[in-house]
Design a binder for this molecule. Sequence first.
Ligand SMILES: Nc1ncnc2c1ncn2[C@@H]1O[C@H](COP(=O)(O)OP(=O)(O)O)[C@@H](O)[C@H]1O
Ligand SMILES: [Mg+2]
Length: 466
Amino acid sequence: MKGPKGVFVCQECGYESAKWMGKCPACASWNRFAEEVRHEAAPARMSGRRSGSGRGLASAAVPIPVGQVISGDEERLITGIGEFDRVLGGGIVAGSVALIGGDPGIGKSTILLQVSASVARRIGPVLYVTGEESARQVGLRAARLDAECERLLVLPETDVVSIIEQIYAVRPALVVVDSIQTMDYAGLESSPGSVGQVRECTALLMRVAKEQGVPIFLVGHVTKSGAIAGPKVLEHIVDTVLYFEGESAHAHRIIRAVKNRYGSTNEVGIFAMTDSGLEQVENPSEMLLSERPGGAAGSVVVASLEGTRPLLVEVQSLVARSVTGTPRRTTTGVDYNRTAIIIAVLERRAGFAIGMEDIYVNVAGGVALNEPAVDLGIAAAVVSSFRGVPAAGGTVVFGEVGLAGELRAVNHADVRVAEAQRLGFGRCVVPGHNLKNMTRRPKGVEVVGAASVREALDAVFTGVRS
Ligand SMILES: Nc1ncnc2c1ncn2[C@@H]1O[C@H](COP(=O)(O)OP(=O)(O)O)[C@@H](O)[C@H]1O
Ligand SMILES: [Mg+2]
């Protein structure tokens, strides 16, 4: 009889090898191999119909002409928290498994408890499995968030087989597992959080989700490098991957879908962290601009896009003569290399002698902008600070800056201009090509098209005395 078979698994990327290795051939990390022993014992409830690889011939699928597969609309469970439903593409799909990742303390447990309470009140029982915190801690949070509900059931458990038994017993409308890194499958000898455990537990839960048609949310921790801890393969197994972003020093939080089998990955949900939990932000531009200093040099409003939603954001810059001889450049919220290019373009193509200046660029409110349309915002903020001249009042800018100093068209110009109008801005400086293609001009907004950064900057500062 064969004993249990051990396999060495890279704890970074999940690469498997029959023998221990110092360096992983797949991801090149060192000393990350650990032995994982697998016992051949599937959990009792699962060993029947479709256990592991022993899928019987009886359940073999038959090919169907694609035209006859009428998927219809998937059955979706509306959580009642609009911004959350929005990221998921209009609610949670029955039987889907979603992974929600983010830094510790960002609000993963908070939002999922709020979602759980909302689903419990609207639809049916929700099983909130907590492996990280005690039931009491979850209870205290529920009291603070006003998330108490008879049908919201807390299960402090880490043994995945017991959890599956409870899912069969309770038949909940939604299951939350907080977190997948604390889950333990007794059939594996490795400790919770290891690649083997995380993968096996996810696979088992995934099977229950499909069999029962119950959606499951898994909380996943993010490592320092930004990946969800455990195997990258986890992201491939699950149906949906959401990332929770934001800075703990700022109130706003963004939930972004980075993978979604049932919807677009363009949508984001925007929330603000408050004492009573995460509140939906229906008017993010207004929130982000609320602290903007009026008429200050170095501050420019740029029309950016989060998913399909326009977002007006303040880009700030401070330009100061360098005292060290090697000028410093620091950016927060915008790409460092992109900013370096824009600075070089301003120097070489637009004639601003800023090469020897210390330049700091910051996006107010802690949002991260990484689309080319913010280029013009960065350029205008830097020049505004350098010249000590504020941008003309009520001006919003957007446009991609090219290496030749040209201003290139960006997508969804109409949406951006409409947002500026909605928030009472009177003037937009945009790429000339965008202006040409604009189907309708919103009333009350002057749209100025510019072919180059130089021209755009002239427009940004017209009517302002230096
Ligand atoms: N008693 C409290 N009052 C107000 N806010 C709190 C309180 N406790 C926690 N928070 C907020 O909730 C956040 C923790 O959220 P949590 O959902 O536990 O994060 P995660 O599960 O992502 O680690 C904290 O960073 C803090 O902002
Ligand atoms: Mg938590």
